[in-house]
Design a protein around this ligand. Structure first.
Ligand code: LLP
Length: 409
């Protein structure tokens, strides 16, 4: 959470120079609000920390077209994990050549689409995928650039659901098998294997395992002179509740020292770091229920808008839209209206005694918020608003009831 972007002014919460009370009077709740300045600022900090790296923003974190367009304008390439993300990336203004296509289960249709579009890199995750890609490329008279994603068998310091670099994970190719693939495809006319990819997880709590993963794959880069690119994925963490996490500068200097003396082209695929603290979910309190030791605050937003607390036990800070300085405080459980006990936005938080009609901002929702949303309980998705200094606009409108049945025949 960054207080200079979301801050109190004249008694109410602002995003950049926009009063969120006035904004939500107009667009209603729930809604997502994104700060363009914060997202672009985060990207710039990464560009400064990794001056020689190619930065491919990971669309899976937030694929809002207007926000993505601002990141592309600021120099980002993209990381896409499905045909749909390639499509959205191009719609947002990316050149296909500036997109890396990742993902453990690319279908034949997706590979054809990506080849047809001329995507810049294919991060390949298995021998079968490489064979399929080579066959399709030959049929289509293409020669795609490939990074082999290696599973370095490293245990990342993060939640088990978003840890990807240990041997039992579905991601990547074991080192030995990668050697066989490199031998087999060294002279291939249909694929150009030019890089190694490794990504050990998201919201990494330490830099050591990243260093370990890179050291594990370096022998491959040393043995095969065609391999000139190292893609280390994303995973740069953000502080959700004030906890200390390693900075991107720490990651950069560790990576630099592990790679010292080698002339490798570096790619990174950050998602969360770029957009998490640029976004908030604004909800309105509907009802207050008294519970032992505090209150249950029932809002109009829930796990359909932010599933992270239900899925990972994640904790997001909560701010009130009115300046809380003069209120009395009460222990609160902030929940949504969805018919699931897991539908919690924030467990155990002390808030200025909430009243029906009060609005709350759930913080750091810019990454893995809207993209993981759903229509469960036939809930229309909220609008997404992009703030840029004192200007704001609805970049995706609120869904209507008709949208809920639009695809049914
Ligand atoms: N590259 C690869 C190969 C990935 O698997 C991921 C994330 C990224 C890049 C971007 O990682 P980031 O920089 O955002 O950490 N839904 C979860 C996070 C899932 C991350 C999946 N892969 C959450 O809400 O915490």
């Amino acid at each position: 959470m960054n207080d200079s972007i979301f801050h109190y002014h004249n008694g109410s919460l602002y995003a950049e120079d926009v009063d969120l009370m006035t904004l939500t009077d107009e667009v209603g709740t729930p809604c997502y609000v994104y700060s363009q300045g914060r997202a672009v600022g985060n990207l710039k900090r990464l560009q400064t920390a990794f001056p020689d790296a190619e930065i491919h923003y990971s669309l899976k974190a937030n694929a809002n077209l207007a926000l993505v367009r601002a990141l592309i304008d600021a120099g980002a390439g993209l990381d896409a994990v499905s045909g749909g993300e390639i499509y959205k990336g191009v719609q947002a203004g990316a050149l296909p050549g500036d997109i890396v296509f990742a993902g453990v289960g690319k279908t034949e249709q997706e590979l054809r689409y990506a080849l047809d579009m001329g995507v810049g890199w294919f991060n390949v995750e298995s021998g079968h995928e490489l064979a399929r890609l080579a066959r399709l490329a030959q049929q289509m008279h293409k020669r795609p650039r490939v990074c082999l994603r290696i599973n370095p068998d490293v245990q990342a310091d993060t939640h088990q659901y978003i840890s990807t670099g240990h041997a039992a994970a579905k991601f990547g190719i074991p080192l030995g098998e990668a050697r066989d693939l490199l031998e087999k495809h060294a002279e291939s006319d249909s694929v150009a294997v030019e890089g190694i990819h490794t990504h050990i997880g998201s919201q990494l709590g330490a830099v050591d395992q990243t260093a370990e993963a890179i050291k594990t794959v370096l022998p491959l880069l040393d043995e095969y002179s065609d391999l000139k690119t190292l893609n280390i994925g994303g995973g740069f963490p953000v502080s959700y509740t004030g906890e200390v996490v390693p900075s991107v500068e720490e990651f950069a200097s560790t990576i630099r020292s592990v790679l010292a003396g080698r002339d490798l082209h570096l790619i990174i695929e950050p998602g969360r770091y770029v957009v998490a603290d640029a976004g908030a979910l604004i909800v309105e309190v509907q009802y207050i229920k008294h519970a032992s030791g505090g209150v249950i605050v029932v809002t109009d937003g829930g796990m359909t808008e932010l599933i992270r607390p239900a899925l990972y036990g994640a904790t997001h800070e909560v701010m009130t839209l009115h300046d809380p300085s003069s209120s009395e405080f009460v222990k609160s459980l902030v929940v949504g209206p969805v018919c699931e006990s897991a539908d919690i936005l924030r467990a155990e938080v002390v808030l200025p005694a909430p009243q029906p009609g009060d609005r709350l901002a759930i913080m750091d929702v810019g990454a893995y918020g809207a993209v993981m949303g759903s229509n469960y309980n036939a809930r229309p998705r909220p609008p997404e608003i992009l703030v840029n200094t004192d200007d704001w606009r609805v970049t995706r409108r609120r869904e209507r009831y008709e949208d809920l049945i639009a695809l049914e025949e």
